[in-house]
Each structure stands twice: as structure tokens, then as C-alpha cells.
Design a protein around this ligand. Structure first.
Ligand SMILES: [Fe+2]
Ligand SMILES: [Fe+2]
Length: 375
């Protein structure tokens, strides 16, 4: 049975049953530890090269000081690897100012013109690389239908973990993904004011589910935090920013890039559709992997929830969000295709990075530093 899945036609009817709690941010049943983790503000991460060094140095200062964009940072941004650690840590630091910010960082940096100018250089390089590395086209239905067919001999991370993955690998995977899942569906919310009519109503219906249908304990970000705690990880927002390598940061940076630019609303919608289509089969394998490794049901729930929810979300995205957007703005088809293909590209790069390290003759960490053992 599908629970907690609100389609555009049932959203209003379901709203009463899912009335929001009047309790604080962590919900009525939250423990003090959960509330503390939810309130945590991340520290600025360690720089990974000249561009991120310049960004982190700026953010450590006062936004009103008028420091200006260092010319060397701008030149370094143009030379940086568009898929590399330095560029993605710098971009990630810029984007996080629009989410939860950083401890002891002046919130005024969010709209600082010099920092935005540097961010624009990084975005240009990243977007150009995404376009260069994807085939393009305007066949939206074609690229979405390709995603519906799972390869028979697939060898991705979910297959590996289901068959013979080890606990340390599962914990690494969860730590990587926490960069996104602890702010699950926030980047997609940027699209709401950029859409109209059927596309807007449908996207908001899916977002309503992602944010727990008015119940904080059912927010997908909260379910992910529960999973982290079940496998002995720190569920504080941003706890693993510094450990996440470029292939993971690139995935969330892509979402923020598409979400924060109205011109890229088609790409954001394409990305969201691709993510929803590909999540359900993988979630089923992850749930089996977790049970095989002895993780309790509180941890498994994040994935079982997605097996159910995303089977419906996928259809709402394809039919109403993508369909509604293109009915009104058919010229955005190439951007929707870009969103689908860029998602595939970056997910493949991430999987290759992780599996390459786990399957080395002497397996090694896929994070920038190994995780401490669970307490
Ligand atoms: Fe979700
Ligand atoms: Fe979903």
C-alpha cells in the first residue's frame, strides 16, 4: 500500500490527516540528541586548493569589509579542473550560504557581489563541462524511458552492497550521501516560484512528501538522520562535508546550480525526474543490504519509504512536472535533457570513484579520510 504519497489530485484531501505538528523543529518525539544534531551549524571546511582557499579566507572575514574578489582566485577558478576537489569545495562553500550557512561566518556573504562574481566563474566552468560531457538533444521522453530499463548485469554500489558489501562500506556510502540527504529536496524547492500551473502544483505535491507531509519525524532528511545514527554516524548537518570528495560534492552542486538559476529550471526539472525514476529500484537493494548487515528497521525505513514513494513520484514528475513544463515552454526540452544526462554522468562518476577504491587489491576508503569506528 502506498502511504504518505500525495498526488496533485489528493494533496488537499490528505492534508488534514497529515496536519503539521506544533512542536519544535525536531518534532514532538525528538530526543535531545536529535534536536542538538538538527540545530548544528557546520564549520567551514578545509580548503583543497587555491580557489577554495580564497573562498574560505573570504568567508572567515567580515562581509561588509569590501575585501573584493581576489584576482588570483579568479584566474585559478578558470584553470581549475571542473570536476576536481578545489572547484567543488569552493562552489559547495558558496552554495551552503543559501542553505544553513557556516558557524562564525557572516550571513551577509550570501549576496556579496565579489563572492557571487567568483561563484559565477566556477559555475561557468562546471556547466560547460556538464554540457561537454553529455550527448545533449531534445528527446525528453527518449532519455527518460532509457532510465526505466535497468541493465541486467548492473554493477553499481547498491548491487555491491546487497551482494557482498561490508559494514564499513555501507557507513562510507551513508556518509557520502549525507551531504545531500540531510537537506533532501531543498535544492528542488528553488524551482517552485519558477514554475506555473500543473508543473508547479505537481512539484509541490512531491515536495510535500519529501518534507514529511507536515510531520517532521517523517521528513526524508530526518529518516536519513535516523539511518546515520543506526550505523553509528554523526547525523549533524554538514558533519561529513570535509570528508566528501569532489564526485559527491559535484552531485549536490549540480542541484544547487540548476535550482538557483531560473534560466536552468528545465535542467532542475530534468534532474529531479531522473533522480525519482532511478531511486526506487536502488532503494529496494539498499534496504536488503541493510537488513543483511543487521541494521535495525529505524535505519532501513529511509529506503523502504523511497521504494513506495518514488514509484509514484516518478510518474508525477514525468507526467505533470516535465509534461506541464514542456506544454507551456517546449523550447526548454534541451535543458530538461541536460538535467537528465548530467545526473547520469555525475552519478556514474561517483559510483566509479567509490567502487574503484573499494575494489582495489587492497581496499581503501572512498572518502577523503577514513571514518572513525562507531562509538
Ligand atoms: Fe525522498
Ligand atoms: Fe521522492
Amino acid at each position: 500500500m502506498i502511504r504518505n504519497v500525495i498526488t496533485p489530485t489528493t494533496a488537499n484531501a490528505s492534508h488534514g490527516a497529515n496536519a503539521p505538528h506544533a512542536a519544535g523543529a525536531a518534532g514532538a518525539g525528538a530526543t535531545a540528541a536529535e534536536a542538538a544534531a538538527e540545530a548544528a551549524i557546520p564549520s567551514l571546511p578545509e580548503p583543497r586548493g587555491p580557489v577554495s582557499e580564497a573562498v574560505v579566507a573570504l568567508l572567515a572575514g567580515d562581509a561588509s569589509s569590501g575585501t573584493g574578489q581576489p584576482a588570483e582566485a579568479s584566474a585559478a577558478a578558470r584553470r581549475a579542473d571542473p570536476f576536481g576537489d578545489d572547484l567543488h569545495l569552493a562552489l559547495h562553500a558558496c552554495y551552503e550560504l543559501h542553505y544553513q550557512g557556516f558557524r562564525d561566518v557572516d550571513p551577509g556573504w550570501e549576496w556579496d557581489p565579489s563572492l557571487l562574481a567568483l561563484r559565477a566563474e566556477l559555475e561557468r566552468a562546471f556547466l560547460a563541462a556538464l554540457r561537454a560531457e553529455t550527448p545533449g538533444g531534445d528527446d525528453v521522453q527518449g532519455v527518460l524511458e532509457e532510465l526505466l530499463v535497468e541493465p541486467v548485469n548492473a554493477t553499481g554500489i547498491s548491487h555491491h552492497l546487497r551482494r557482498n558489501g561490508e559494514m564499513w562500506q555501507l557507513r562510507e556510502y551513508v556518509a557520502h550521501r549525507s551531504v545531500y540527504h540531510l537537506k533532501e529536496a531543498d535544492p528542488h524547492a528553488w524551482a517552485i516560484p519558477r514554475l506555473r500551473g500543473r508543473a508547479k502544483a505537481a512539484l509541490v505535491a512531491v515536495e510535500f512528501d519529501e518534507f514529511g507531509g507536515g510531520r517532521p519525524e517523517r521528513m526524508h532528511a530526518r529518516l536519513f538522520a535516523d539511518l546515520m545514527e543506526e550505523v553509528g554516524l554523526d547525523s549533524s548537518y554538514g558533519a561529513y562535508f570535509g570528508a566528501a570528495p569532489a564526485p559527491m560534492l559535484a552531485i549536490t552542486n549540480m542541484m544547487s546550480l540548476f535550482g538557483l538559476h531560473r534560466a536552468l529550471r528545465g535542467a532542475l526539472v530534468g534532474h529531479f525526474a531522473a533522480a525519482e525514476i532511478t531511486t526506487a529500484p536502488g532503494a529496494e537493494r539498499f534496504a536488503r543490504a541493510l537488513r543483511r548487515l543487521g541494521v535495525g528497521e529505524r535505519g532501513v525505513r529511509f529506503f523502504t519509504e523511497h521504494v513506495e514513494a518514488d514509484a509514484v513520484h516518478e510518474q508525477v514528475l514525468r507526467r505533470d512536472v516535465v509534461g506541464g513544463l514542456l506544454a507551456g515552454e517546449p523550447r526548454l526540452a534541451p535543458d530538461v535533457v541536460l538535467g537528465v544526462q548530467a545526473t547520469g554522468l555525475l552519478e556514474e562518476r561517483f559510483e566509479a570513484h567509490v567502487l574503484d577504491r573499494w575494489r582495489a587489491p587492497v581496499p581503501r576508503t572512498s572518502l577523503r579520510r577514513p571514518l572513525p569506528r562507531p562509538a
